[in-house]
Design a protein around this ligand. Structure first.
Ligand code: MEV
Length: 455
């Protein structure tokens, strides 16, 4: 096998025309210039992850650019989710161990305690036309009021189909930001995009609004030449959709919560500890970030499985979590009059039609598995998985501690990586019960056992 010398210089590392190279040539070039490995070896390694079906691979390659191979991530399922009375087996795409197990566990816990309730408050999406205008403010605001309906009417050719489905442009407003940036104004528009996430639809409307606004001001006799010089800086949707909100909730009598830690912790103590843990996540951004990360473990996994844009969801959720100026927990807990109530309000701008949802064969299957929900139903399902994930994490943290469960998974992963047999696995599980698991400790355990068995 040929080993390439590590190059310290940047020589050969710049390239033009990379996108036009064949996939094999791209891999070979990367192997030579960045991995310092034999290109044949790397081509074979990467090709090992190519889809057998040429058409399926073509489809995947089309989702992105400069693709070398696929990056497989586990696609799991969390059964027993009772949401608004209906049982779901929820698809989850995630690489972190324990997440699907925790969601399944929480789903089963609440299955016998009334299940999850969820409700969508609104699905309003937002878009912005950012522009500058250096004239009389009053004149601009007055003019905007006069042309507002014309602007909305002016995008009918884009909105007609969406309106047939019950969506369209809801409203728009003019905002003055000149106290923070000279001459800067914003046209903020609100949209209903029904079952689609609506990014293309919104952006197309916004670009048209930008052009129309400019054109109408230029053609108006009310503005002088300086005022007519309106510059549209950019037109783009906002991923912050604080009104596109869904609530997921669970509740039961405190005494129905059961006991924890082998009966050592009763339901009242558990409820009080749990409630305090959520309060801590409200007052301390360090804890809030980890608390919300636990929620996003569940949310992202379903968002990805259903072909939605998890970066958009993440960006929005975290802005929402600090809407009052301090980053806080997304979930809330209340223990009152003998009732434990735990809920989550979360903005989720997602879709069940368009984009990857119908193009990616597994996203399509995920939606089918969920009974082909509409966007509102999918928002409810996703929020419930987030809440379940949060419940499972905070329950572990306030009872056994998180490591008890993680250690089991950690041990399984290490044993698998060391090709442990079924007998070795069973013995290791017994040996490591209550002990700290580390790669070194497991290796030592296996080596000892293997030498003993040889002699
Ligand atoms: C780990 O992925 C998520 C947790 O840290 C969440 C939490 O602390 O609430 C367990």
């Amino acid at each position: 096998m040929c080993r390439f010398d590590r190059m310290e210089s940047n020589e050969g590392k710049e390239i033009s025309g990379f996108s036009k190279m064949s996939k094999r040539d791209k891999i070979a070039w990367i192997a030579k210039n960045f991995l310092y490995e034999n290109p044949i070896k790397i081509i074979n390694e990467f090709a090992g992850f190519w889809h057998d079906n040429v058409e399926a691979q073509k489809l995947l390659d089309g989702f992105s650019e400069n693709t070398l191979t696929n990056f497989p991530v586990p696609f799991g399922v969390a059964p027993n989710f009772k949401i608004n009375g209906k049982i779901y087996a929820v698809p989850m795409v995630i690489e972190e161990s324990s997440v699907v197990a925790a969601a399944s566990n929480a789903a089963k816990f609440w299955l016998t305690r009334g299940g999850f309730k969820a409700h969508v408050f609104n699905t309003k999406k937002v878009g912005q036309v950012h522009f500058t205008y250096s004239g009389d403010k009053k004149k601009l605001f007055q003019f905007f009021q006069n042309i507002k309906t014309d602007l909305i009417f002016g995008v009918k050719h884009i909105t007609a189909k969406m309106e047939e489905r019950g969506g369209g442009v809801l409203d728009m407003e003019l905002l003055d930001f000149t106290n923070r940036e000279p001459d800067y104004y914003q046209l903020r528009a609100y949209f209903e995009t029904v079952d689609s996430m609506g990014a293309n639809f919104i952006n197309s409307c916004l670009e048209e609004f930008g052009k129309l606004l400019q054109q109408k001001i230029r053609e108006s006799p009310h503005f002088n030449d300086l005022e007519k010089d309106v510059e549209v800086i950019m037109c783009i949707l906002s991923n912050y959709t604080p009104e596109c909100i869904v609530r997921a909730e669970v509740s039961c009598a405190v005494n129905e919560l059961g006991t924890f830690n082998n009966g050592e912790m009763g339901p009242e103590e558990f409820a009080a500890r749990f409630e305090r843990a959520v309060r801590i996540a409200h007052l301390d951004p360090y804890r809030a970030t980890t608390h919300n990360k636990g929620i996003m473990n569940g949310i992202d996994a379903v968002v990805i499985a259903t072909g939605n844009d998890f970066r958009a969801v993440e960006a929005c959720v975290h802005t929402y979590a600090c809407r009052d100026g301090t980053y806080r927990s997304l979930s809330e807990c209340e223990v009152k009059d003998g009732v434990f109530r735990f809920w989550l309000d979360v903005p989720l701008a997602i879709g069940t039609v368009g984009g990857l949802t119908s193009l990616h064969p597994l996203a399509k299957r995920s939606l089918e598995m969920l009974g082909n929900p509409n966007a509102r139903q999918l928002m409810e399902i996703i929020a419930c998985v987030g809440l379940a994930q949060n419940f499972a994490a905070v329950r572990s943290l306030t009872t056994t501690g998180i490591q008890a469960g993680h250690m089991k998974m950690h041990l399984s992963n290490i044993l698998a990586s060391m090709q442990a047999t079924a007998d070795e696995e069973a013995e290791a599980r017994k040996y490591f019960e209550g002990k700290v698991v580390s790669v070194a400790a497991v290796r030592e355990f296996l080596e000892k056992r293997r030498t003993q068995n040889q002699s």
